[in-house]
Design a binder for this molecule. Structure first.
Ligand code: UD1
Length: 419
C-alpha cells in the first residue's frame, strides 16, 4: 500500500490551484438523476469519491462521459435500477444523496443504510423525515431504506431540528420535482448547498432563499439539460492556508476567496496569518514570527468547519501559548490526537474539547489516520516537523485531495508517494 513520505521544515512558497469542491461535486452529480437530459458539470475534482459515486450512478442507469477538460457529462435517460447496493454505499456515506432524487423521479428507491463511520454514528433520520414530510413511505428492511411514493412527492414545510448538510441537499433535490411548494427551515448554509441550488435552478428548478436558512422551492414537472461549474473547494483552500502557516511559508491559493471560508478567516487572522485577496485568489502568509494560540469551536457554516478541525489542531501544536479546540458536529473526531502526540504534540482531551499547548517543534514519525481530514492534518504536521514523517493509509487522502503531493512539492515541500 502507498505511503506519503515527508521531510519537514521547508516553508511552502508558491501558488496552488484550488480544485472543485468534493462536497459540492457529489450532490451535483446526484442531481443528474432528476432529469432525463444531460447535466454537464465543469471543474470536478479527480478523486476516489467521485469515481465511487460515478459507479453508483451507473448502476442507476447514468451514462457518464468525461469532457476532456476536467468536467463530466451525466445523462440518466431512464433510471435502470432504483436500488443503491450496500457494496457501493458502504464505501462512501454521501451515497445517501441518491435517495431524494430517485424517489422524486421514480416514486421509489431502495438505498443501503450507510452505517457508522470512523468519525461517529452519523444517522440519516433527518433525510428520512424530510422525505416522509413530502409524502414518501419509509421502511427499513435488511439494512436498506425503502422509500415509496407511488403518487409522487408533494410540497411540505420541513423544519430541521438540527442543521444537516446532506439532509438539506436531499430535501432540496426531492422538493424540486415535488408537487407544490416546499419550505425548508433551519437549512444548512454551506456554500456547497448554494452551488447545488444554483445548478438545480439552471436545470429549471425554482429555488429561492439561496444562502439563507430558509429555502423556498416551487416544484416543477421536469428538469432539463444544464451546464454548471463546481465551486472551489474551501476545505482544500483552508488546508493549504494552514499548511503555509505551519511551515512559515507564503502561498497564493488560486481560485480561493475570503467569503467562501467564513469564520476561518477570523481564526487564521487571530492566529497571526495575513490573508489578502489577489486578482487570482488569496495570498496567505505568517504576518510576523510565530503562530499564536487561538480557541476554535466547530459549527455549521459560516462557523468554523469540522472538516478543518484536525488541520487547525496540527497548526496549534506549534503555536505560542495554547488553544482550546472544541468539536460540536461529530462525536468522535479526534483520531488525529494520539498521532499528533506521537510527533511530540502536547494535547489533553476532555470530552469534546482538546487543550493544545504549543511546543517549539514537532518531530517526524510514522503515523496513520482513519479518515480523510485526520490524514491530511498529519501531512500538515509532517510538513512543519523536523525530520521524516511517513503517513500511512494514503487512500484516505486520495478520497479528498486532488494531486496533493504534486501541489505541495511545487511549493517546495519535500514530499513523495512511496510504495
Ligand atoms: C457533510 C460533509 C462532511 C462534513 C459535514 C459537516 C459532504 C459530502 N460531506 O456531511 O464533509 O463534515 O457535512 O459539515 O458534503 N445528523 C443527524 N441525522 C441526520 C443527518 C445528520 O443526526 O439525518 C447529524 C450528524 O451525525 C452530524 C450532524 O448532524 O452530527 C451534521 O451532519 P451533516 O451536516 O448531515 O453531515 P454530512 O452531510 O453527512
Amino acid at each position: 500500500m502507498d505511503k506519503i513520505r515527508i521531510r519537514g521544515g521547508r516553508p511552502l512558497k508558491g501558488t496552488i490551484e484550488i480544485s472543485g469542491a468534493k462536497n459540492a461535486a457529489l450532490p451535483l452529480m446526484t442531481a443528474a438523476l432528476l432529469s432525463d437530459e444531460t447535466l454537464h458539470l465543469h471543474r470536478l475534482p479527480d478523486l476516489a469519491d467521485i469515481a465511487t459515486l460515478g459507479k453508483l450512478l451507473a448502476v442507476h442507469g447514468a451514462e457518464i462521459v468525461g469532457d476532456g477538460n476536467g468536467g463530466m457529462k451525466l445523462t440518466v435517460r431512464d433510471v435502470a435500477d432504483t436500488t443503491a447496493p450496500y457494496d457501493l454505499v458502504r464505501k462512501m456515506r454521501a451515497s445517501i444523496l441518491v435517495l431524494g432524487p430517485l424517489v422524486a423521479r421514480c416514486g421509489r428507491a431502495r438505498v443501503s443504510l450507510p452505517g457508522g463511520c470512523a468519525i461517529g454514528t452519523r444517522p440519516v433520520d433527518l433525510h428520512l423525515k424530510a422525505l416522509q414530510a413530502m409524502g414518501a413511505d419509509i421502511e427499513l428492511a435488511s439494512g436498506y431504506v425503502e422509500a415509496t411514493a407511488p403518487k409522487g412527492l408533494h410540497g411540505a414545510k420541513i423544519t430541521f431540528p438540527k442543521i444537516s448538510v446532506g439532509a438539506t441537499e436531499n430535501a432540496l433535490m426531492a422538493a424540486s420535482l415535488a408537487k407544490g411548494e416546499t419550505v425548508i427551515e433551519n437549512a444548512a448554509r454551506e456554500p456547497e448547498i448554494g452551488d447545488l441550488a444554483r445548478c438545480l435552478n439552471a436545470m429549471g428548478a425554482k429555488i429561492e432563499g439561496i444562502g439563507t436558512e430558509t429555502l423556498q422551492i416551487q416544484g416543477v414537472d421536469r428538469l432539463r439539460a444544464a451546464e454548471h461549474e463546481t465551486v472551489a473547494d474551501r476545505i482544500e483552500a483552508g488546508t493549504y492556508a494552514i499548511a503555509a502557516a505551519a511551515t512559515g511559508g507564503d502561498v497564493e491559493l488560486i481560485g480561493a476567496r475570503l467569503e467562501m471560508i467564513g469564520a476561518v478567516t477570523q481564526i487564521l487572522q487571530e492566529a497571526g496569518l495575513a490573508l489578502e485577496e489577489t486578482k487570482r485568489g488569496l495570498r496567505v502568509h505568517l504576518a510576523n514570527g510565530r503562530v499564536r494560540g487561538v480557541d476554535v469551536m466547530t459549527e455549521p457554516f459560516p462557523g468554523f468547519p469540522t472538516d478543518l478541525q484536525a488541520q487547525i489542531m496540527a497548526l496549534m501544536t506549534v503555536c505560542e501559548g495554547a488553544s482550546m479546540i472544541t468539536e460540536t458536529i461529530f462525536e468522535n473526531r479526534f483520531m488525529h490526537v494520539p498521532e499528533l502526540m506521537r510527533m511530540g504534540a502536547n494535547i489533553n482531551l476532555h470530552g469534546a474539547s482538546a487543550m493544545v499547548r504549543g511546543v517549539a517543534a514537532l518531530k517526524g514519525a510514522p503515523v496513520m489516520a482513519t479518515d480523510l481530514r485526520a490524514s491530511v492534518s498529519l501531512v500538515v504536521a509532517g510538513l512543519a516537523a523536523e525530520g521524516e514523517t511517513i503517513v500511512n493509509r494514503v487512500y484516505h487522502l486520495d478520497r479528498g485531495y486532488e494531486k496533493l503531493e504534486a501541489k505541495l512539492a511545487a511549493c517546495g515541500a519535500d514530499i513523495a508517494r512511496v510504495a
